[in-house]
Design a protein around this ligand. Structure first.
Ligand SMILES: [Zn+2]
Length: 440
């Protein structure tokens, strides 16, 4: 009997790691970092793990024979399938044996290359030398008796996939992370249709937003951004994920509509430069064209990739922001706030937080720190955001449409709530247990 074990992502948001065994074939779906598990013991930069052994002993990474770089035993993991390039799904690929092929979408491979070039190298974040093999929607990837069929989904990062997995005893569906209210929600509909046709015995579904319901869309975010930016009388600072190209596009449109330049970080610019050759991402701003410039912090030495990307667009500094604050929307984050001290305070400046609300203690503390900085600068805070994850009512529709015989919620802090709410046939839902086998 083919079987599945969820080794991460049970009762928590992210850290997904799913082991699939069929006869003598073993594959994994995602190999994410559990930010929650890790934060129980560690807090960067001073209390960081120093050795993989401690992560194993603490249960932060699972004991899976044949998957790690230091593992030279006989048993092998034949392949890892990566649903998308978010840390909670790819994070611990850093420790994976470089002989294990990593299957992912073409866009994800590009994003992983950018992450590899720009991340500081600790043993936890070193992704050099991984062997990627790419797929697109419609492909069937055969690994022995297992066939994996990826279909694109809409999420807060381009190149995200849900996976349909056929084994010798039946098939199951893994949603990865998805939503139905982004600019590319038709991708999720394609996935829902394909999953419904797959006659799945089992559905492993994300259920992130069980207490985070809302009704909005990326278009609405773009409109709200434009409203706030238009009324701003000084500088607009904004924090948003560089990997969320939907959000980047929203900011780009809002800046364009208000005759401002969008000053992005060097890392965001590098991502754009890497994605430019992709050709599948609509509306992405072009470096060196239109109103996109790069905000470069003053520092003594720049990395090679920073020098490279700086040559591709106009570069501005804090002096430029001081001289003409009304001309810019500048992408910042908490870590940039000190660098803004040099920027001359102008009354009427605003800060737009365009990321999710804090959902853990660490993030609450960072939020408090951000508010201290905003008090210091005299900038009010606007929160304009829409989630990367599907809303409860749409999720219920998706689950019932797929019609799998059994359904298990992962990537959620509220699995019981999901089961009570989302199952048309109550008996078909169950709580997965970490590290325990589920027959397919
Ligand atoms: Zn996730």
């Amino acid at each position: 009997m083919a079987r599945v074990s969820v080794l991460g992502g049970v009762g928590e948001i992210g850290g997904n790691k799913i082991l699939v065994e069929d006869k003598d074939v073993r594959i994994m779906l995602d190999f994410g970092m559990s930010i929650t598990q890790r934060a129980r013991f560690f807090s960067d930069p001073y209390v960081s793990p120093r050795r993989p052994e401690s992560l194993l002993s603490l249960g932060i990474i699972p004991r899976v024979e044949g998957v790690y770089s230091w593992d030279v035993g006989e048993k092998k993991v034949d392949a890892i399938f990566l649903s998308h390039a978010h840390l909670d799904h790819y994070g611990y690929l850093s420790m994976v044996h470089r002989d294990v092929p990593v299957y992912c979408g073409e866009t994800t491979e590009r994003l992983m290359a950018a992450i590899t070039d720009t991340k500081r190298s600790s043993f936890e974040t070193d992704y050099r030398g991984l062997g990627y093999k790419t797929f697109r929607t419609g492909a069937t990837v055969k690994i022995g008796s297992i066939a994996v069929r990826p279909v694109h989904v809409d999420h807060s990062i381009p190149g995200a996939y849900g996976l349909m997995v056929e084994t010798s005893t039946g098939s199951f569906v893994y949603t990865g992370d998805l939503r139905a209210h982004g600019r590319a929600s038709h991708l999720t509909q394609d996935f829902a249709r394909a999953a419904a046709e797959s006659d799945a015995n089992l559905l492993l579904t994300e259920a992130t937003n069980m207490v985070g319901g809302g009704v909005s869309s990326e278009e609405e975010v773009a409109r709200k951004l434009e409203t706030v930016i238009r009324d701003a009388k000084g500088l607009v600072m904004a924090s948003f994920s560089g990997m969320d190209t939907d959000r980047l596009t929203s900011f780009h449109m809002a800046a364009e509509g208000t005759d401002r330049k969008l000053a992005i970080s060097m890392r965001q610019a590098y991502l754009i430069s890497v994605l430019e050759g992709d050709g599948h991402i609509e509306g992405l701003p072009r470096l060196g064209k239109g109103n996109v410039v790069i905000y470069r912090r003053n520092k003594k030495r720049y990395e090679k990739w920073e020098e490279e990307v700086s040559a591709k667009a106009d570069v501005i500094t804090s002096e430029d922001l001081s001289a003409t604050p009304k001309r810019y929307v500048v992408a910042t984050s908490l870590s940039d706030m000190e660098g803004m001290v040099g920027v001359k305070a102008t009354s009427g400046s605003v800060y737009i937080q365009s990321t999710s609300e804090p959902y853990n203690e660490e993030m609450e503390l960072d939020m408090q720190r951000l508010i201290e900085w905003l008090d210091f600068y005299g900038m009010p805070l606007y929160h304009i955001h829409v989630s990367g994850h599907i809303m409860p009512q749409q999720l219920r529709g998706l689950v019932s449409g797929i019609g799998a015989k059994r359904v298990a919620p992962i990537h959620t802090e509220h699995p019981e709530l999901f089961l009570k709410y989302a199952m048309e046939k109550p008996d078909s839902g169950f709580l997965p247990v970490r590290n325990e086998w589920i027959d397919v």
